[in-house]
Design a protein around this ligand. Structure first.
Ligand code: LLP
Length: 448
């Protein structure tokens, strides 16, 4: 699953005790495991191997250059949605022909940058954008490739802020319009419209929405073929789930593949995948220290040094992130995070620790029930509410799990808080891959 397990009561990232890194680098701190990134990438590549897909890691999920480099070395391409992400993907050594560019509002400057970089293709989201792309390609005397993003109108059953494939979403065009789109632009010289792109939401924790969306999209592709338009590639976007909770069930790559491959088999389409979260989420944790404990009425607060500016997902989507101390007594170690040494200790069931894994607000013997909150001046600044935790004290180090995707990338300087450092662990080696911001960084760019 990932490379974060407890050995002798201490949380390890691969071969390194996370508390040693936190002691040197300070907190809050994002910590990524290179071997988790690799194994998640490989699982997707192996699961979909029959289709020989181009896998384009979604840079928006975790953009650090060193993270992108790990995936580039595995053969990954990149899905980008801005000129800045394109810049990053190229800096990370990304091969231009394996870079795909989506987004509803690409500016002229971004389109020109992508054309100059000779990226693989543009995922076009509207007629107006297509007109603009044609104009700029003609101006440059270049022929570029494009895929039309369609909106197959399926419900991905995800948070309303991360659902993208419904008819009324701002992304792509509906299937009716897609046919007309090809009639109008399918034979344009400067922009070769040769693919269909879809991305229905994130995370999509079941396979059915993919099957529904792809089935509709393939009908469209067949209708287009009848009308004389050959679609060569299909980009099915991202959205595969990641494991956030101790007993959460999400399909693994092989299950998505089992549902998707039969639909695409034998069609001769070039298949593109844009996974983000399924590669990066479980590859990262956020480390934070307990600052104070506070009791207000009946409520227990654990006040930590990370806040909504570091990890906004709980505040924005009411997202759940498992939080657990980096150093715990043996019987508090969740079963699935037991390393080799911990395995040899008393079985969890025997010690009653089985209960502490179902931390749905029912504390087991010796545990506390608390809100885990940050120092930002907003009541929305929490990382967990009503959470059962082993007893903690000021100074204790906590790990916020599954924070590798949409964690650091969505962080901000709200309340003039310098952004956290990022560290990459690879086996027994680790290094800072983004320095903690300083106060000078906070005012850089401001003009007196
Ligand atoms: N492709 C496109 C066109 C996308 O819009 C996205 C994500 C992906 C690929 C990658 O999706 P993934 O495999 O990571 O699910 N901030 C939210 C998630 C927003 C996703 C936006 N688009 C969160 O924290 O849950």
């Amino acid at each position: 699953m990932d490379h974060f397990v407890y050995h002798d009561g201490r949380l390890m990232c691969e071969d390194v005790a996370v508390e040693n890194i936190a002691a040197k680098v300070g907190t809050p701190l994002y910590l990524y495991s290179a071997n988790t990134l690799r194994s998640h990438y490989r699982r997707i590549a192996e699961a979909f191997a029959e289709l020989n897909p181009t896998i384009c890691f979604s840079v928006k999920s975790c953009q650090n250059l060193s993270v992108c480099r790990v995936l580039q070395a595995e053969g990954s391409g990149f899905d980008v949605v801005s000129g800045g992400e394109l810049f990053r993907a190229l800096q990370a050594g990304g091969e231009p022909e394996k870079i795909v560019f989506a987004g509803v509002g690409k500016s002229d400057a971004e389109i020109m940058q992508a054309m100059t970089s000779r990226i693989g293709y543009f995922n076009v989201e509207s007629e107006a954008e297509m007109e603009n792309l044609i104009r700029l390609a003609r101006q440059q005397g270049q022929v570029v490739r494009a895929a039309l993003r369609v909106n197959p109108d399926v419900d991905p059953r995800t948070h309303r802020y991360t659902s993208t494939g419904k008819k009324e979403s701002k992304f792509g065009v509906d299937l009716e319009r897609a046919r007309r789109f090809f009639d109008t632009y399918g034979r344009t010289d400067a922009v070769r419209l040769c693919g269909i792109h879809l991305h229905i939401g994130s995370p999509v924790n079941s396979v059915e929405p993919y099957v529904a969306a792809l089935t509709r999209t393939l009908e469209l592709i067949d209708q287009l073929a009848t009308a004389g338009f050959r679609v060569e590639m299909v980009d099915i976007g991202g959205g595969f789930g990641a494991y956030y909770d101790n007993d959460q069930q999400v399909p693994v790559a092989a299950e998505y593949a089992r549902a998707i491959i039969p639909l695409l088999r034998g069609r001769g389409l070039q298949v593109v995948l844009e996974p983000g979260r399924s590669i990066s989420a479980n590859a990262g944790i956020l480390l934070t220290r307990v600052q104070y404990l506070k009791q207000s009425g009946e409520k227990q607060f654990v006040i930590i040094d990370a806040a909504m500016n570091d990890l906004i997902r709980p505040a924005l989507y009411e997202a759940y992130h498992h939080i657990w101390p980096a150093k715990v007594e043996e019987h508090f170690i969740p079963n699935h995070r037991r390393g080799l040494l911990s395995h040899s200790a008393a079985p969890a069931e025997a010690s009653g620790a089985g209960k502490c894994q179902t931390d749905f607000g029912v504390p087991a013997e010796g545990m506390i029930l608390a809100d885990v909150v940050g120092p930002v001046c907003e009541s929305g600044d929490f990382l967990a509410k009503g959470r059962a935790l082993p007893p903690v004290q000021a100074g204790d180090l906590l790990a916020v799990f599954t924070a590798g995707a949409y964690g650091f990338v969505m962080s901000s300087n709200y309340n003039s808080r310098p952004r956290a450092a990022e560290v990459l662990v690879d086996g027994s080696m680790w290094r800072v891959v983004r320095r903690r911001e300083s106060y000078a960084d906070l005012i850089r760019g401001e003009v007196d």
